[in-house]
Design a binder for this molecule. Structure first.
Ligand SMILES: NC(=O)N[C@@H](CC(=O)O)C(=O)O
Ligand SMILES: [Zn+2]
Ligand SMILES: [Zn+2]
Length: 341
C-alpha cells in the first residue's frame, strides 16, 4: 500500500515570482501548494516603497484569483528612510530585505555598508517589520565558499547585538556555521532553508560536468554543510523553516557562458522537501518545518486546510513554458517519490 502524509497547508517564506508575464508561471506553481509566500522584492527596478509594493501585490493577485496570499517585502537601499518604513507598515508590508550590493541576482541597488541602514533598522525594530537578510559579503578577496561565514562574523553578529528586539531571518542558509549561529542566537533570529540545499552539495553541481541548474547563491557547499542543514531542518527546532528561494531564470539564461544564479524549484517544491525529509527518515518533522514554524515566527495564524502527499513516483518534465521560451525546473526529467494529491 502506498504511504500518505497529510500536512497543514504549507507557506513559502522566500520565493521569487518576478513580474509581468512571468507571473502566469510562477504564481500558478506557488499556489498549487502554498497558502502564503514571502515575495522577494529584487525586481528590475526593485520594490522600494509602499506604493510599489502595493502595486506589485495587485499584479500578483490578478493571477492568484483569491486562492493564495502574497506577503510583500521592501528592498532596502542606502537611502530607505524611516518614513518609508512607517508607510510600508501601514500598507501591510511585512518585512524588508537586505541584499548586500553586488551579492546576487538584481542586487545592484542594494546596501553598500550596513552602517548606512542602522537608522532604518531602528525604525523596523520599532514598527515590528522583519529584517530578511541575504547573508554574504561581497569583498572580492573573500572566497565564494566563505562569504556566508564571513558575513556572520563581520556583519550579522553586530546587528544581532545592536538590535536585540529586531526579528531577523537569515535567508537560504548554506553552512553549518549559519545553522549554529541561528541556533545559539536569541528567539528573534531564524533561518529559511531551501530544498536544494537539503538535497545537494557542490559535488552535484561540479562532478562529471558543470550543471548550471544547481548554480544558485549562496552557492552549494561541501557535503558536511549539507548534512548540518538536514539536521537543522529535521530537528524540530522552530527557528528553521521552509523558504524555497525558487528563482526563475529562462533556460537560455541558465545554460550560458555566464549563467544566472538561481534554481527553479516552485514547480515541485513540497515534493522536493518531502524527498529530503524522507531520505533522512524524518518525514514526521516536515509539517512543523513547512507549515507551522514560519507562521509562528512571523506572528501569523497557521493555515487551517491541509494538503496530502502520496508515495507515488512521478517524473518531472524536461522543461516548462516560461515567457516566450522555457524554464528548466530543478530535477527536470528525474523521478520524485512523493506527489501532491
Ligand atoms: N538565489 C539565487 O541564486 N538567486 C535569486 C536571488 C537570491 O535569492 O539571492 C534570484 O533572484 O535569482
Ligand atoms: Zn539571496
Ligand atoms: Zn532568493
Amino acid at each position: 500500500m502506498s504511504r500518505e502524509i497529510t500536512l497543514t497547508r504549507p507557506d513559502d517564506w522566500h520565493i521569487h515570482l518576478r513580474d509581468g508575464d512571468s507571473l502566469a508561471r510562477t504564481v500558478a506553481d506557488a499556489k498549487r501548494q502554498f497558502q502564503r509566500t514571502i515575495v522577494m522584492p529584487n525586481l528590475v527596478p526593485p520594490v522600494l516603497n509602499a506604493e510599489q509594493a502595493v502595486a506589485y501585490r495587485e499584479r500578483i493577485l490578478a493571477h492568484s484569483r483569491g486562492e493564495y496570499e502574497p506577503l510583500m517585502v521592501l528592498y532596502l537601499t542606502d537611502n530607505t528612510s524611516a518614513q518609508d518604513i512607517r508607510d510600508a507598515k501601514a500598507a501591510g508590508v511585512v518585512a524588508c530585505k537586505m541584499y548586500p550590493a553586488g551579492a546576487t541576482t538584481n542586487s545592484d541597488s542594494g546596501v553598500t555598508d550596513i552602517a548606512n541602514i542602522y537608522p532604518t533598522l531602528e525604525e523596523m525594530q520599532a514598527q515590528g517589520l522583519k529584517f530578511l537578510v541575504h547573508g554574504e559579503v561581497t569583498d572580492t578577496a573573500i572566497d565564494i565558499f566563505d562569504r556566508e561565514k564571513v558575513f556572520l562574523d563581520n556583519i550579522l553578529a553586530p546587528v544581532v547585538r545592536d538590535f536585540p528586539a529586531l526579528k531577523l531571518v537569515l535567508e537560504h542558509i548554506t553552512t553549518a556555521d549559519a545553522a549554529d549561529f541561528v541556533r545559539t542566537a536569541s528567539a528573534n533570529v531564524a533561518a529559511t532553508i531551501t530544498a536544494h540545499h537539503l538535497l545537494y552539495n557542490r559535488n552535484h553541481m561540479l562532478v562529471g560536468g558543470i550543471k548550471p541548474h544547481y548554480y544558485c547563491l549562496p552557492i552549494l557547499k561541501r557535503n558536511t554543510h549539507q548534512q548540518a542543514l538536514i539536521e537543522a531542518a529535521t530537528s524540530g527546532n522552530p527557528k528553521f523553516f521552509l523558504g524555497t528561494d525558487s528563482a526563475p531564470h529562462a533556460k537560455s539564461k541558465k545554460e550560458a557562458a555566464c549563467g544566472c544564479a538561481g534554481s527553479y524549484t516552485a514547480y515541485s517544491a513540497i515534493e522536493l522537501y518531502a524527498e529530503a525529509f524522507d531520505r533522512a527518515g524524518q518525514l514526521d518533522k516536515l509539517e512543523g518545518f513547512a507549515s507551522h514554524f514560519g507562521a509562528d515566527f512571523y506572528g501569523l495564524a497557521r493555515n487551517t486546510d491541509t494538503i496530502t502527499l502520496t508515495n507515488t513516483p512521478w517524473q518531472l518534465p524536461e522543461t516548462l513554458p516560461y515567457l516566450d521560451e522555457t524554464i528548466v525546473p530543478l530535477c527536470a526529467g528525474e523521478t520524485l517519490n512523493w506527489q501532491l494529491k
